[in-house]
Design a binder for this molecule. Structure first.
Ligand SMILES: [Fe+2]
Length: 160
């Protein structure tokens, strides 16, 4: 089971890679949905930058050391960089998939934080997860795919 510092550092790495990836998509998206996605990717890279700082400062408050070098981000992240060949729909779907991957990881982190009685970290991760799940639904709906995820990241939702 990953420790709270490891969980926070993985997400600092993920949102740092996403910050770069979303800039790539913001700059290179083409076609009829340019204006929509160009603006949306900007909103999302700003949101990602905010999470990097919030997660890092939570880790510092816990006495930990947030990762802060590009090489470490690439080593720790589960999110992959842009391939450079995506069309507009593939960009939207790639970000939706990344958000769903991170939401599932955040769910693990929330459980770990709850087990350790760290309500503040659980609350921070829950807020991020809620936002990512909404964005993932919207991005999938934008491409015409069903908004409902194939698998809910939270087992408690599945069991209802
Ligand atoms: Fe811009």
């Amino acid at each position: 089971m990953a420790s709270i510092p490891d969980i926070l550092n993985r997400q600092i790495a993920n949102f740092s890679v996403l910050h770069v990836k979303l800039h790539h998509y913001h700059w290179y998206v083409k076609g009829a949905s340019f204006y929509t996605l160009h603006a949306r990717f900007e909103e999302l890279y700003n949101e990602a930058a905010g999470y990097v700082d919030e997660l890092a400062e939570r880790l510092l408050a816990l006495g930990g050391r947030p990762v802060s070098r590009m090489a470490d981000y690439l080593k720790l992240s589960t999110v992959k960089e842009a391939s450079g060949t995506e069309d507009a729909d593939a960009m939207a779907l790639a970000i939706a998939d990344d958000f769903r991957t991170i939401a599932a990881e955040l769910n693990e982190g929330i459980r770990a934080a709850e087990r350790e009685g760290d309500a503040s970290t659980a609350d921070l991760l829950t807020g991020i997860r809620t936002s990512l799940e909404k964005h993932a639904w919207m991005l999938r709906a934008f491409t015409g795919l069903a908004g409902a995820p194939a698998a809910a990241p939270d087992a408690r939702i599945r069991s209802v």
